[in-house]
Design a protein around this ligand. Structure first.
Ligand code: DC
Length: 232
């Protein structure tokens, strides 16, 4: 299989993580969750008592930060230095804090180099908000995955049930607030790249979304399929 860089951007809860992991497995590619890096910055800011508005201290924090992904049996884990922070970063508080720190250009700049380095060997699926627009504008295939807010909130509500239960209405309100933050910020806002393929997963299963994606990754020119995607 060709070594490609595939990007999957989109709002929270659109199914990016599930789809990106499954797609990477299917292609035997690396899966990189760039949101985890922003969550890692947010977590360390909290530990060190740094406000999400303190650009100066956030910049210093990013310069010292050692974030890395480690592949384990249970999946890919995020380490900060020698500590596994994979579970700590998955709370509603960290979601909001990650969104807040991600609006600072100094934070984005610090993470840009790390992400590009991870993509240097190609054969990777990158999940995030600005993968196709800023980090990998030359990516081979770009997807923008969306779904209705209510469906996204209900999926996230289920995910949080075990770890950090939250009322459905709260999950929905947080999600809307985070989407607004992420799409309205000046630095690398959440939006589809001009050449991204838009897929609305509201009514599709994970398998169906992956099948649609595979047809774009390996199109069969002899048998063009008519795909039900919202735009191209
Ligand atoms: O994908 P996620 O929910 O784990 O991301 C958490 C936050 O990180 C998200 O609200 C915005 C930010 N983020 C970003 O700005 N750019 C990315 N490429 C990935 C995430």
């Amino acid at each position: 299989m060709k070594n490609l860089v595939i990007t999957i951007d989109g709002p929270a809860g659109a199914g990016k993580t599930t789809v990106s992991k499954a797609l990477a497995d299917r292609l035997q590619y690396k899966y990189i969750d760039t949101g985890a890096l922003y969550r890692g910055v947010a977590f360390e800011a909290k530990v060190k008592g740094i406000s999400v508005d303190d650009e100066h201290r956030l910049e210093a924090l990013c310069n010292d930060l050692e974030l890395r992904f480690v592949r384990k049996n249970k999946g890919v884990c995020l380490y900060s230095g020698e500590i596994d922070i994979s579970d700590d970063i998955r709370t509603p508080e960290m979601s909001m804090m990650a969104s807040a720190v991600s609006a600072h250009p100094v934070v984005r700049k610090a993470l840009l180099g790390i992400q590009r380095k991870m993509g240097a060997e190609k054969a990777a699926v990158f999940e995030g908000r600005d993968m196709g627009t800023v980090v990998f504008p030359q990516a081979d295939v770009k997807f923008f995955l969306t779904a209705d807010l209510k469906v996204r909130a209900s999926r996230r509500h289920k995910e949080l049930e075990e770890k950090a239960p939250q009322k459905l209405a709260e999950v929905e309100a947080d999600m809307q607030r985070r989407d607004n933050n992420d799409s309205s910020r000046k630095a690398a806002p959440l939006k589809p790249a001009d050449d991204a393929i838009l897929i609305d997963s509201t009514e599709y299963s994970v398998e169906s979304v992956i099948e649609q994606m595979m047809k774009y990754i390996y199109p069969n020119p002899d048998k063009p399929e008519k795909l039900k995607v919202t735009a191209s």
